[in-house]
Ligand binder design. Sequence first.
Ligand SMILES: NC(=O)c1ccc[n+]([C@@H]2O[C@H](COP(=O)([O-])OP(=O)(O)OC[C@H]3O[C@@H](n4cnc5c(N)ncnc54)[C@H](O)[C@@H]3O)[C@@H](O)[C@H]2O)c1
Ligand SMILES: [Zn+2]
Length: 360
Amino acid sequence: MPPIRIDVQSAQHAYPVFVGAGLLASASEHLRDAGLTGDRVVVSVPPVWRHHASRVADLAGAAGPVLMADGERAKTLKTVARLYDDFSARHVTRSTAIVALGGGVAGDTAGFAAATYLRGLSLVHLPTTLLAQVDSAIGGKVGVNLPAGKNLAGAFHAPALVLIDPEVLATLPRREFRAGLYEVVKYAVIASPALFDRLAARPGLSARRPDALAEVIAECCRIKAAVVEQDERESGPRRTLNFGHTIGHALEAVTNFRRFRHGEAVACGMLAAARLSTARGVMPVEDEARLKDLIQRMGALPDVADLRAVDVLEAIGHDKKTVGGRLHFVLCAGIGRTDIVTDIAPAELSAAIASIGVRV
Ligand SMILES: NC(=O)c1ccc[n+]([C@@H]2O[C@H](COP(=O)([O-])OP(=O)(O)OC[C@H]3O[C@@H](n4cnc5c(N)ncnc54)[C@H](O)[C@@H]3O)[C@@H](O)[C@H]2O)c1
Ligand SMILES: [Zn+2]
């Protein structure tokens, strides 16, 4: 099957996203077709390189990849400074492309280094987690965490090219895969009843069949691209992508980012947001039931019974999306549709949070 192509318009430039099983084998040709004919530096993390080096050996060339430390804790300015050192040791010039091979951590960190070294180098994303394939590789946001909070140092740096190969997901730990699936559910809930039906029919996409995955991933990329094109800097429509994220981020924060994979927290956040939406009469109760059923069938979520609703509420108050005193909350107006409101009362939030099992 030929790869699926999605063209993304950004304020900086348009770029193609290709999705296809086995695509990484022809990565070099795709770079050339995208006009990236200069040198390149592949940046990856050890677990990904261990599994998938052979797929991109020609891209990395004799010099091999630059390997950065793995995990969210490595998404720092210190890692970026190390990458700058590696770039300079490899005589990177303005015509060198940085190729990020890995999950969202590698993409965001290498992407930030690419956005800032020599005032900006061409960036290619080769995302290897489901989350990175449906979310972080599209939209041009790059950045790292600061001690004061997540993603506080960053830039908008649109990639020149994104190549998504679902075959690499075969080696992804089960929990990481499922965490990515919850983001796929989010896209279905905010924009695509057809995608929702497809997931409901096969909630695990369990065999991880690359061809089936390619279609699902491409649909998510189309949705994200359409939203981001309308609103690159998140003043309006891009907020719909935050469905489930207000409460999800707060759950991550009150557990010190240790208990949940991000997607799992989003799944809990979507359940709470759906409850709030039905309580307001905005979402049909049958749709809330369908969402709950789908998420439950995907597997168990981390326990929340020991958490307190007041702490979660306080964390929501600290969320950067409330800056200016206004919480923009994304409601579901039925599978495939959203409604953003700014008049959510703490009592409503509290009831919604309690509905997923958090102590009142
Ligand atoms: N830029 C954006 O728009 C955006 C959007 C969403 C999330 N993010 C960021 O993405 C990050 C999370 O990304 P993530 O969930 O991909 O985590 P991650 O990059 O930490 O990857 C998770 C783990 O899986 C391993 N891994 C990756 N691919 C693998 C594969 N194919 N086989 C085996 N192991 C593999 C990684 O080495 C890592 O240990 C967060 O820092 C978040 O802030 C950014
Ligand atoms: Zn998310």
